[in-house]
Design a protein around this ligand. Structure first.
Ligand SMILES: *Cc1c(COP(=O)(O)O)cnc(C)c1O
Length: 376
């Protein structure tokens, strides 16, 4: 935790859980990406944390933005990004929204099938499109496998159709799965991408760009490789599969840009047991799946939690949220070890929570307010 966050929390008097996000960490992360992948443009994935302060900081640093809706495009524009720095990266768009984006000046769109290409040809004529290819998400803690993308063999036809309809067949994209702890996973995707580049070259269409997606991790309980290791591994794979004709590349970090910048402060509401001699304690926090910690779904993301009793002997706990929904349990299959001296009313700090927390928070399920957020 940064000193700035510590000072902020010490001075805070309001009740309820909150996220505090330190912009200095976002700035450092942006610099780390720029250094690790010097020839690659950064398109920050807005959905990870769209706080206006984050978007303005990144716009000022020269970042571009990956957006998924007209709402996100408007946020990026409001933060100072010009439309040529915005990609409409969702493969699932209403034609009306494509038209609105085009009206706002956006000229770069993601597709993964011919029906989507046709929408873009009608509503955003002459724009650049890139086709998303499937990637198995293996090794990622939050895989994004089947919903987006098409088989590489189909991508060539999709892009050829785009070309025929007067669009610019610009390139390919993939996403190796979020919280991807293995930097070698870009290799297989780049191999497929190079195959599609060759296939289209044979059909007289030359692609220019590969969108390497997100997937760059945040450190939770387990260690993760440094950004530099991802840069090296990606560069090696580009060399291997594209030789000396390396295409233009972009990355779309979300979690890796903001995850480590945020800390959630929460409170222990209750500690109980299900029977008198049950060794397992149930620890209920004032934050759960519906007010910020949605990524604990299937216990996929395991956040580090700090308590005032750290250092004392620990014992296994089921960790749960405050709402009256029985799915609002954070960790049960794999219990979470917490100090035996932890008390009701204690404040706990949940680390690495700068990404995918505020925006996943419901508007007020069960009367619990959406997660408060302070950007400092
Ligand atoms: C969500 C998303 C990202 C960001 O992924 P992270 O794993 O958070 O870096 C990047 N690109 C696209 C298309 C996305 O949908």
């Amino acid at each position: 935790m940064t000193q700035r966050i510590q000072d902020f929390l010490r001075a805070r008097r309001e009740d309820g859980p909150c996220l505090v996000l330190d912009l200095d960490v976002v700035r450092e992360n942006y610099a780390a990406f720029a250094k690790a992948l010097p020839d690659t443009r950064v398109f920050y994935a807005v959905k990870a944390n769209p706080a206006p302060e984050v978007l303005s900081l990144l716009a000022g640093l020269g970042s571009c933005f990956d957006t998924a809706s007209v709402g996100e495009i408007e946020m990026a524009l409001a933060a100072g990004a010009s439309p040529d720095r915005i990609s409409y990266g969702n493969t699932i768009k209403k034609e009306r929204d494509v038209a609105t984006a085009y009206g706002l000046g956006v000229r770069l769109f993601a597709v993964d099938c011919e029906a989507e290409v046709e929408k873009i040809a009608r509503a955003a004529p002459g724009s650049k499109v890139f086709c998303r290819i499937l990637c198995d998400g293996d090794g990622a803690e939050w895989p994004l496998s089947r919903k987006f993308g098409c088989a590489p063999s189909m991508a060539a036809s999709v892009l050829e159709r785009a070309h025929r309809l007067g669009l610019v067949a610009h390139g390919l994209s993939f996403h190796v799965g979020s919280q991807q702890r293995d930097p070698r996973k870009w290799d297989a995707a780049l191999k497929s991408a190079a195959g599609v580049f060759r296939e289209l070259a044979e059909r007289g269409i030359s692609l220019a760009m590969v969108n390497l997606g997100g997937g760059f991790p945040t450190r939770y309980l387990k260690d993760v490789p440094a950004t530099k290791a991802y840069g090296q591994s990606i560069f090696r794979a580009l060399r291997k599969h594209f030789g000396n004709r390396i295409p233009e590349t972009i990355i779309e970090p979300g979690r890796g840009m903001v995850g480590a910048a945020g800390i959630i402060e929460a409170e222990v509401v209750l500690i109980s047991r299900k029977s008198q001699d049950d060794p397992l304690r149930w620890v209920y926090l004032d934050i759960g799946k519906f007010n910020g910690l949605a990524e604990t779904m299937d216990e996929m993301i395991r956040y580090p939690i700090r308590t005032p009793a750290d250092g004392d002997e620990t014992g296994p706990c089921v960790l749960a949220g405050p709402s009256c929904d029985s799915v609002d349990v954070l960790y049960e299959k794999t219990p979470y070890d917490l100090p035996v001296s932890l008390e009701i009313g204690a404040k706990v700090l949940i680390e690495g929570t700068g990404a995918y927390t505020t925006t996943y928070s419901s508007v007020g399920f069960n009367g619990f307010a959406p997660l408060k957020s302070y950007v400092i």
